[in-house]
Design a protein around this ligand. Structure first.
Ligand SMILES: [Zn+2]
Length: 264
């Protein structure tokens, strides 16, 4: 059979693109693209230690083991679609003044020590981690990019580009990626389902947002700039946990407080 020429193939992709554009959750990228993009972001982060001071795992094994234990608990719920495909690595960023966490595509989770110190119990940290893992597993970064990508980028991806060159224009701005409100809601909903499938108190994430609200404007937390509208979120998170009839009650408050002292 005659192979379609490049132009015909691109027109085909364009028609497909136009069709898909009517759907809010389309994604031109594959999970493999997510992973490659995450790898690229990870390298960028590692090459900027002033901006992203990664706490060396070798010197802080206990705390990394503790946080990885939470990640494993969430991975073992059976609810993570890309459990085996994505990296699911945790990196702690050593800045006591930053109350934030973020995730790169492919499951690279970054948590500032300021956030760990600020939280009061393990279920709260599990809530934040579950929320970040949800962003990666729901592939919010590549879905958001799909909505904003230039046609040339989309065609390069659709045409099977294998290098990382086409990621350059979209990769470097991703570190500060801000997700849409609808993706934030989606990540909250998945975080609750994840916590609900564990022994953790399922509205741990609400506890975190409540605590953020109590700071007032003394110390504007970075997390709120990318995760706005906490009051409504708290209500919604609690409501969802109640609707799902989540039974978990574990907070591990004491263990958590002990763990925080390892950071000093
Ligand atoms: Zn978020």
């Amino acid at each position: 059979m005659k192979k379609p020429n490049t132009l015909a193939r691109y027109i085909g992709y364009f028609v497909l693109l136009a069709t898909l554009c009517s759907c809010a959750s389309y994604n031109f990228y594959t999970p493999r693209h997510d992973q490659r993009l995450g790898d690229k972001m990870k390298r960028e982060i590692e090459s900027s230690p002033t901006l992203y001071p990664i706490l060396a795992e070798a010197d802080h094994q206990r705390i990394y083991d503790y946080v990885n234990g939470i990640v494993d608990t969430l991975l073992n719920t059976g609810l993570i679609r890309f459990k085996d495909e994505f990296a699911w690595e945790v990196m702690l960023l050593d800045d006591a003044d930053v109350l934030n966490a973020f995730v790169a595509p492919g499951g690279y989770i970054y948590i500032y020590t300021g956030l760990i110190k600020y939280l009061e119990s393990e279920d709260q940290l599990a809530g934040v981690i579950a929320h970040e893992m949800a962003h990666a597993d729901l592939r919010h970064a590549s879905r958001q990019m799909s909505q904003k990508s230039s046609l040339s980028t989309v065609l390069a991806v659709a045409g099977g580009a294998t290098g990382t060159g086409y990621l350059t224009d979209i990769g470097s701005s991703l570190v500060s990626l801000k997700f849409s409100r609808s993706f934030e809601k989606e990540a909250d909903r998945m975080a609750i389902r994840l916590l609900c499938a564990t022994d953790y108190q399922a509205d741990g994430l609400a506890g975190f947002f409540e605590r953020l609200q109590s700071i007032g404007d003394k110390r504007p937390p970075a997390f709120l700039s990318t995760h706005p509208n906490p009051r409504k979120r708290v209500e919604k998170i609690k409501k969802s946990a109640a609707e799902l009839n989540c039974q978990g009650s574990k907070t591990n408050r004491r263990t958590y407080q002990r763990m925080k002292r390892w950071l000093r």
